[in-house]
Ligand binder design. Structure first.
Ligand SMILES: [Zn+2]
Ligand SMILES: [Zn+2]
Length: 427
């Protein structure tokens, strides 16, 4: 297992590029052969447009130890806070700090909500990534709007998917907004203590965009072409549902008065935690096994790191490539159903946890289960939380940002803390 701390300059550039305003799209008409000086110029222009330039930290690239993928080492946390910083944080984390709600629909991506979103969407929420040989599966960014739209408005993609022909507004509202919500576990619940992570949605991006072949389109008509493999190429998601009759969606969530521990495989099994995968990729990238790579990794992640008892995928009968993927990775056809608003028959495929482990010759080992995890971002791949609320002994966070997010949420920690009368908090 190796961790390349030098990161990947290209990946950074992609992230930087995607950090622009919603809806901006320069890549659409970009010529790959554009010379450096004009690229440089474009970058500068972009920078000026930014409302609040935030320094992006270099994301370490994890190189899986096998072609199947592997569990990465725990990410260390940044510690050390100066006294000045501590008192600044205490100032922000006083009782009476203004609280905000997280809108359920639409407005999450609105420009006028952006400063509030910056509080809730912490760097730890944003940084959850999976790696394959050629891909980085990352969280959605604000600047992904046009790339997401390009794929969802593509007739040939719509033919295989269930969502029909959504308008640009619907795409932003029902998809990008949803992808973003998925990275803020609390955004999926109105009530305190009832939020666990219900969904992981990853943007499929190339580790090295230059190495990806962009098909000319050929026999199929493509309405929304791409000219480069930079940025968002598609998405792959994993929805999580508890199916046991004795459990609810809150069974695996942080509880008031308890230090949050990442659910063990046993707890996941007791709740009947099932995963369901969904995915799509731009048609000009079809046929080179990119989605196959992403599919294998998300399936491994669901089994080895989350602890799903089974994972399912339900491609439409016309989506032969997707059906092939299911079969390739051991998901067996269980039934065909048409109970969806579009009346498109779907072929349900499923693989159980035991089948997956047996198939891949891996030992069932619960690496993350039972470990202390930040109760805001629930990022279990990070080292145990180092920030503790001084008003109670059970609210722990990976960072001050996550603590502030919980403190600033309407109905969040400020209202549930044991000593919510206390005037200040310290680590
Ligand atoms: Zn956190
Ligand atoms: Zn507290």
């Amino acid at each position: 297992m190796t961790l390349n701390v030098n990161g990947n300059a290209k990946l950074d550039e992609v992230i930087e590029k995607d950090d622009g305003e919603a809806g901006s799209s320069s890549s659409e008409n970009d010529d790959i052969g554009v010379d450096m000086s004009s690229l440089e110029l474009k970058k500068k222009k972009k920078k000026k447009k930014k409302r609040k330039p935030t320094k992006k930290k270099q994301q370490p690239v994890f190189i899986p130890s096998s072609s199947l993928g592997s569990i990465p080492p725990e990410e260390p946390l940044e510690s050390s806070e100066s006294e000045v910083e501590t008192s600044k944080w205490e100032e922000r984390l006083r009782k009476g700090t203004r609280t905000y709600s997280i809108p359920r629909f639409g407005s999450l991506l609105d420009l006028n909500y952006r400063s509030t979103l910056d509080i809730f969407w912490t760097s730890s929420c944003r940084s959850f990534q999976l790696y394959t040989k050629r891909l980085v599966l990352r969280q959605v960014e604000i600047g992904d709007t046009s790339a997401i739209r390009r794929i969802k408005m593509e007739p040939i993609v719509q033919k295989t998917q269930l969502y029909g022909s959504p308008s640009p507004g619907e795409i932003k509202d029902q998809f990008q907004n949803r992808y973003l919500r998925s990275s803020i576990p609390r955004a999926n619940s109105g009530d305190i203590g009832t939020s666990s992570r219900q969904e992981y949605v990853f943007g499929v991006t190339a580790l090295d965009p230059q190495s990806i072949t962009i098909q000319p389109g050929g026999s199929v008509r493509i309405a929304h072409r791409i000219t480069s493999a930079e940025g968002w190429l598609g998405n792959i998601g994993l929805s999580l549902t508890t199916t046991s009759p004795n459990s609810s969606s809150s069974s695996l969530s942080p509880k008031r008065g308890e230090i949050y521990l990442h659910p063990t495989f046993e707890q996941c099994a007791a709740c009947g935690l099932e995963g369901s995968m969904f995915y799509e990729i731009h048609p000009q990238l079809w046929g080179q096994g990119l989605m196959s790579e992403a599919f294998e990794e998300v399936l491994r992640f669901a089994m080895e790191e989350i602890g799903c008892i089974s994972v399912e995928a339900d491609p439409t009968t016309s989506n032969t490539a997707s059906i092939r993927l299911c079969t390739k990775y051991g998901l067996r056809h269980t039934h065909t159903a048409t109970e969806n608003p579009y009346g498109k028959p779907q072929m349900f495929h499923r693989i159980s946890k035991d089948e997956w482990f047996a198939r891949n010759g891996r030992e069932i080992k619960d690496v993350w289960g039972g470990k202390q995890v930040c109760r805001w971002c629930l990022n279990f791949r990070k080292a145990p939380p180092i920030v503790a609320c001084s008003g109670c002994n059970w609210a722990k966070y990976c960072s001050r940002q996550c603590q502030l997010a919980d403190w600033s949420l309407q109905g969040g920690h400020q209202s549930e803390c044991d000593h919510n009368q206390s005037s200040s908090l310290s680590p």
